[in-house]
Unconditional design. Structure first.
Length: 143
């Protein structure tokens, strides 16, 4: 995978884990690595910087910047807001930590679309439903 300039990665790992009985989804293992490690490996060759949005200290040992939600209790939208606020890049790929099946081909497709088009957001659709937790957002959408 070829590295693309001026693109940051934002991994959302800040959920309450209520459906998982308190187990943090990003730290679950799949094929010998945690979900978040799979995403870090996927994003590293494509991004200039990766940041993690998480509301616990368990993610500090990955050597990346970790930020708590700036706006509490509003779900993933708070994580997207926090990630875009802290990102140093205008263009950002946002991926939720519980999407271990996201692959390089799909991410490359999103990145390519973002380079060919000047949209504020590129949000894929799967079975007629938008997937905003695996999308590209420009920082200028913050206001």
């Amino acid at each position: 995978m070829k590295k693309k300039a001026t693109l940051n990665g934002i991994i959302l790992a800040g959920g309450k884990a209520t459906r998982m009985h308190g187990t943090d989804k990003g730290l679950l293992e799949n094929e010998g690595k945690t979900f978040i490690e799979h995403l870090i490996d996927l994003l590293k060759p494509l991004t200039d910087e990766i940041i993690i949005i998480a509301n616990n200290d368990s993610y500090n040992h990955f050597g990346l910047k970790v930020f708590n939600d700036l706006k509490k209790e509003i779900g993933p939208m708070g994580g997207i807001y926090t990630g875009l606020t802290h990102s140093s890049s205008e263009k950002n790929i946002v991926i939720a930590c519980d999407m271990p099946e996201v692959n390089g081909s799909f991410v490359n497709f999103l990145v390519q679309e973002s380079q060919e088009n000047n949209y504020d957001a590129i949000i894929p659709k799967y079975k007629h439903e938008l997937q905003p937790l695996c999308a590209i957002y420009r920082k200028n959408i913050l206001p």
